[in-house]
Write a protein that binds this ligand. Structure first.
Ligand code: HEM
Length: 406
């Protein structure tokens, strides 16, 4: 298969379900390969890392995408995401990043640990109640979704009563982040974007009138005081992004991680006994089955080369994070799930100027939740086949049924 055929396979349901054999084939063609007119596919760890950190490669912003992507301007979901920090370049990116980063400080996130521990135990109690008589429970629904949505909603200041709406809305919206999505999926993404924007418009108005000690209030005040620092559209786009980025990926980190533990009993025993550190386990899940599989950049430089290939102005680079994380040049036995690895540094949170603002929070949630889950249910087992979401960019499970044991 050539790189174009591999790319096409990755866009099918079968390819999305099992991308790793396709990545291995792509790697055999080279760490960087041409994959169609003006496009390159990057699978090497070093090369993906380099592109992410090189200012001569930028994110594809609204201006570029409206020229390239058919129908871009007809999709409110795509337009909304393109107004958020994720899809902006300088100087707008730094302007928004400094505002949002001031909330996601290492100190503030570390201070959340007791709240994450308390929320974990509350959810485990509820799970225990649901599965007490041997009834299977779905880990994704009862835990993996609820913990991160609860944590990010606390940070944002979204009232508890409203949180149940977000699982489906966020799942629908993520179609807009996929490389290719069908019309029905994009229609659902647009409807979700509009509903979420409507929701945050209401919440922002409430917080403007009666501010609280939360992120929505803080950003609303900035936008009201100086729209040049954050416009009304940007406020909404970033609130929706923070909500969705704040739990969708972390939900998948928890689900992908538990599934790996159930397939690797020694790792499960090691994490349960304390022999394997929760941080090492989390890093290895991120490396081995990353919740974000791919991102992209556009070359804005002249004479750029990457991995021995030309990447002139306007070239589009698909950065296959999931492949880079299994690059044999970087990792010994990359196909082995080994939570005792040292110096892993997977690229799952990206790198360079757009490095994930929630990385520390996501790591904290996994490191707290997974050992607590194993301690609480010593006889945890699968209760049937898990079902994957049909997505490439954001990789995770729709359902992961379990029995909790005695
Ligand atoms: C396991 C969980 C997570 C993964 C794998 C993940 C992954 C990523 C990746 C790969 C990027 C960079 C995309 C690019 O460069 O194209 C990113 C950016 C971002 N993430 Fe995360 N993320 C996770 C959790 C979170 C959480 C919990 C939050 C918020 C609380 C968050 C907020 C953000 C934001 C705001 C950005 C944009 C940063 C920028 O553009 O400057 N993420 N994330």
């Amino acid at each position: 298969m050539d790189s174009i055929a591999i790319m096409e396979q990755l866009m099918t349901s079968e390819g999305r379900a099992e991308p790793y054999p396709l990545y291995a084939q792509a790697r055999e063609l080279g760490a960087v390969t041409a994959c169609g007119e003006g496009m390159i596919m990057v699978t090497g760890y070093q090369e993906v890392n380099e592109v992410l950190r090189d200012g001569a490669f930028q994110v594809a912003d609204a201006e570029l995408r409206s020229r390239w992507e058919e129908g871009f301007n007809e999709h409110s979901s795509k337009i909304m995401l393109s107004r958020s920090i994720l899809e902006r370049n300088e100087p707008d990116h730094s302007r928004m990043r400094s505002l949002i980063a001031s909330v996601f400080t290492a100190r503030r996130i570390a201070a959340l640990e007791p709240a994450v521990v308390a929320a974990t135990h509350r959810l485990l109690d509820e799970m225990a109640g649901l599965g007490a008589d041997g009834t299977p429970v779905d880990f994704m629904e009862t835990f993996a979704y609820r913990l991160p949505v609860g944590v990010i909603c606390e940070l944002l200041g979204v009232p508890e009563a409203d949180r149940h709406r977000f699982r489906t809305l966020a799942a629908d919206l993520t179609a807009a982040l996929e490389v290719i999505a069908g019309d029905p999926e994009l229609d659902a993404a647009d409807a979700a974007a509009e509903e979420l924007a409507g929701y945050f418009t209401g919440l922002a108005a409430e917080r403007k009138a009666r501010p609280k000690d939360d992120l929505v209030s803080a950003l609303v005040q900035v936008a009201a005081a100086d729209p040049a620092r954050l416009s009304g559209h940007e406020l909404l786009a970033n609130l929706v992004l923070l909500l969705v980025a704040g739990f969708e990926t972390t939900t998948n980190l928890l689900g992908n991680g538990l599934s790996l533990l159930l397939d690797h009993p020694e790792a499960l025993a090691g994490l349960r006994s304390g022999e394997i550190s929760p941080a090492g386990y989390t890093d290895e899940v991120l490396r081995f089955d990353s919740p974000v599989q791919v991102t992209s950049r556009v070359s804005i430089g002249n004479g750029l080369r990457i991995g021995g290939l030309d990447a002139p102005y306007g070239y589009f680079a698909f950065l296959l994070i999931g492949a880079a994380n299994r690059d044999p040049q970087r990792y010994e036995h990359p196909e082995r799930f080994d939570p005792t690895r040292r110096d892993s540094r997977p690229l799952s949170f990206g790198g360079g100027p757009h490095y994930c603002l929630g990385a520390q929070l996501a790591r904290l949630e996994s490191a707290v939740a997974m050992p607590a889950l194993l301690a609480r249910f010593p006889h945890l087992a699968r209760a049937g086949e898990p079902v994957r979401r049909d997505r490439w960019v954001l990789r995770g499970y729709q359902s992961l049924p379990l029995t909790l044991g005695r």
